[in-house]
Ligand binder design. Structure first.
Ligand SMILES: Nc1nc2c(ncn2[C@@H]2O[C@H](COP(=O)(O)OP(=O)(O)OP(=O)(O)O)[C@@H](O)[C@H]2O)c(=O)[nH]1
Ligand SMILES: [Zn+2]
Length: 204
């Protein structure tokens, strides 16, 4: 067990990565304290495995995005392509850094290749991995655009994310709404932006 020092530093508001594994023992200890604090009995039958095993394992999975060694391999290959590639409806599950509650929805990606394209499944794999951390939607959208730009090396790329935040839906204002954010690296043409928006509209 460590002294409680965070294994990653997000003080500058960026999504810096940390390769360190999660501390399962500390996660179990923290979950036990949480259960105790809300008036539960961590030692009752139904909760023993919850703090000992299930919650630490779940948090390990849900925070994979901090760990570079879990980053999917982004295989690209030459396709002599320069026409816009649009992928819509990629599932997104992330955790809001304010309340540690999920926000979830869909990501859409459009990129103009610079000759090379990426394997289709890799876009969804990358979004899944990069979303698994504590963040806010706008920063995640930018992280996805910049990370995919690095991985694919396209002429231009845009990412749009539409999500529902459980911190808004199941507590606080109790409003089940959708928030949409977009981030671009390079510049899509007006025609490409229209094609991207049309593809997103067709997906809905
Ligand atoms: N822009 C943005 N805001 C977010 C995101 N996730 C949560 N928030 C908001 O972060 C804000 C935090 O506000 P605070 O006043 O510090 O926290 P709070 O008292 O729990 O606020 P309420 O949720 O309004 O009860 C809230 O307005 C949340 O809706 C996100 O991804 N992007
Ligand atoms: Zn929140």
């Amino acid at each position: 067990m460590t002294d409680g020092t965070p294994t990653h530093d997000e003080s500058d508001g960026t999504d810096d990565e940390s390769d360190g594994p999660v501390d399962r023992e500390q996660l179990a200890h923290a979950t036990r304290l949480l259960l105790d604090a809300i008036g539960e009995d961590p030692d009752r039958d139904g909760l023993a495995e919850t703090w000992e095993r299930r919650v630490p394992a779940a948090y390990e999975e849900l925070t994979q995005g901090y760990r570079e060694d879990e980053r999917p391999t982004m295989r690209t290959f030459d396709a002599d392509a320069d026409d816009l590639v649009v992928k819509t409806g990629i599932p997104v599950y992330s955790l809001c850094e304010h309340h540690l509650l999920p926000f979830h929805g869909v990501a859409h990606v459009a990129y103009r290749p610079d000759g090379e394209v990426v394997g289709l499944s890799k876009l969804a794999r990358y979004v899944k991995w990069a979303s698994r951390k504590l963040t806010v939607q706008e920063r995640l959208t930018r992280t996805l655009a910049e990370g995919l730009d690095d991985a694919i090396g396209p002429a231009a790329i845009a990412v749009e994310l539409s999500a529902t935040h459980l911190c808004e839906a199941m507590r606080g204002v109790e409003a089940h709404t959708t928030t949409t954010s977009r981030a671009t690296v390079g510049e899509l043409t007006t025609d490409e932006r229209e094609r991207f928006s049309d593809a997103i509209a067709a997906e809905r």
